[in-house]
Design a protein around this ligand. Structure first.
Ligand code: SAM
Length: 471
């Protein structure tokens, strides 16, 4: 397979959700020049929307019937958006594109006028442009240091400490500040590269997006707790949980992907975690009545999702799939653990199908769990669920958290916290939510749904993974 065929095949596998960009390019030993392959795949995805429009307007694929769209995407990318153009034009597919060179270039000019683009860069997907605006969030790892010491270390290096601010759009260079919502998080300017920083190399600092730090805080387990992290790798939330319980209790960290679980072992060891038991396998196949998990009260579920909220990576530019069935199955399985009292669900997706819809489906299928109140779910965070997507129920929406990649200076994210009814009872006896869950139980329509979901839950787990947070 030549270079362009390999690139086209990667685009196809990405759209079938058979892996991540990094996994399919940098992780494939059959690819000779991995960096070059990574670059062409990323660049093509950045301009994908523009290239598709230009190809459709030029009728390229209608005329050249043997040219697959993915192959055309990479070839047209090189033709229109690189100085070198298509590298060597032998081979029938390359020639097929070259025959339309003049028309494609003319359509590019027309497209730019149509969308008001002054340069090629203006055609880059909005999500990619937004990525440059996200500050550098740094979680301070309590196993190794504390926030005060970390700030002092930055000051010694010439950073200025500033008060938390609301305007995160343009943080001055070499400044460090505490986060306004999370007490173990620091905020540095966009593009601060800390990958070679001594505090990162020693495991004192974890490079983790703000929103992905929400789930462990919502879980908020006490010292000594037994916890399951059901879809754990590469393990940033696992090491966060470990830090919150001060290396006490036990954390069972499951992951289906051995390679990613190995990464979890490396990262959590580097972070100084001593209470984690990594387990290779599907969480859906774990027996909730296994005595090993008899004391598990807290479960953190961060299952594979479309990754549509991640703007610092390009995987979101691939067409999204529907992973809701799998996500629902994971939550239902977690609720079967006999002592489970808190089940925290999160995604790095902005799609209601993977977020609010999953929550309402679960609420209508359980008589034992309700949504934890806002006070359990980062109460100071203003952006809550989308009311319309919660069956117009403002109470449900208020209990869950959303982050918006374009407005909150974080990746797009979603968190919900289910609690066993007895756990919310003292504070929440009159909670509207509780009453709602009870009325759901009584609804015959809902019990039908219950059966349907049970069927769905038996389906194969999806193979897609995304590498959110594994920075
Ligand atoms: C979004 S990632 C988790 C990120 C992780 N929580 C973190 O913060 O570093 C989802 C993970 O779920 C894993 N996964 C998918 N299906 C699974 C299953 N049935 N059981 C356990 N893990 C699964 C994937 O391999 C992937 O590593």
């Amino acid at each position: 397979m030549n270079f362009y065929q390999q690139a086209a095949s990667i685009l196809d596998r990405l759209s079938q959700q058979k892996g991540t960009i990094k996994g399919l390019t940098l992780g494939d030993n059959k690819i000779k020049d991995k960096k070059k392959m990574y670059a062409i795949v990323c660049e093509t995805l950045k301009y994908k929307e523009a290239i598709n429009n230009i190809m459709d307007a030029s009728k390229l694929l209608t005329i050249e019937k043997k040219l697959p769209r993915s192959m055309a995407l990479v070839l047209v990318h090189d033709l229109l958006f690189t100085k070198r153009g298509i590298q060597s034009s032998d081979g029938p597919l390359k020639q097929a594109v070259m025959r339309h060179k003049a028309r494609l270039k003319a359509e590019l000019v027309k497209y730019k006028i149509k969308v008001g683009a002054k340069s090629d860069e203006d055609l880059v997907s909005q999500k990619v442009k937004d990525a440059v605006l996200i500050p550098r969030y740094v979680r301070v790892n309590a196993h190794k240091t504390n926030v005060e010491k970390a700030i002092l270390a930055f000051i010694k290096e010439g950073y200025t400490y500033e008060d938390p601010c609301t305007d995160l759009s343009s943080l001055p260079k070499k400044t460090v500040r505490r986060d306004r919502h999370l007490n173990d998080l620091l905020v540095l300017p966009t593009n601060s590269d800390l990958h070679d920083h001594p505090m990162y190399l020693s495991g004192e600092l974890i490079l983790q997006d703000k929103a992905s730090c929400f789930p462990a805080h919502v879980c908020n387990p006490p010292r000594g707790a037994h916890i399951i992290d059901a879809c754990a790798a590469p393990g940033n939330k696992t090491s966060h949980l470990s830090a919150l319980v001060g290396n006490t209790g036990r954390i069972f960290a499951f992951d289906l992907d051995m390679r990613r679980l190995d990464l979890l072992k490396r990262l959590t060891t580097k972070a100084g975690c001593k209470n984690i038991t990594p387990i290779h396998g599907s969480f859906l196949e774990v027996d909730p009545h296994d005595p090993a998990y008899a004391e598990v009260e807290y479960l953190l579920l961060d299952p594979s999702c479309s990754g549509s909220g991640i703007i610092s990576r390009l995987d979101h530019l691939v067409d999204d799939g529907n992973l809701a069935e799998f996500q629902i199955a994971v939550i239902k399985h977690a609720m079967k653990f006999p002592k489970a009292k808190k089940v925290v669900y999160s995604t790095c997706s902005i799609h209601p199908q993977e977020n609010e819809h999953v929550v309402t489906t679960i609420l209508s299928s359980t008589s034992e769990f309700v949504l934890g109140p806002r006070s359990e779910t980062i109460p100071t965070w203003e952006r809550r669920g989308l009311i319309k997507e919660c069956n117009d129920d403002a109470d449900i929406a208020d209990c869950v958290v959303r982050t918006s990649p374009t407005e909150d200076y974080t990746n797009g994210f979603f968190v919900a916290c289910f609690m066993r009814k007895d756990e919310t009872a003292p504070k929440e006896d009159d909670s509207v939510l509780k009453r709602k869950a009870e009325s759901n139980e009584a609804s015959p329509k809902k019990s039908k749904k219950k059966k349907k979901n049970k069927k769905k839950a038996n389906k194969q787990p999806p193979t897609i993974t995304n590498e959110a947070n594994g920075e």
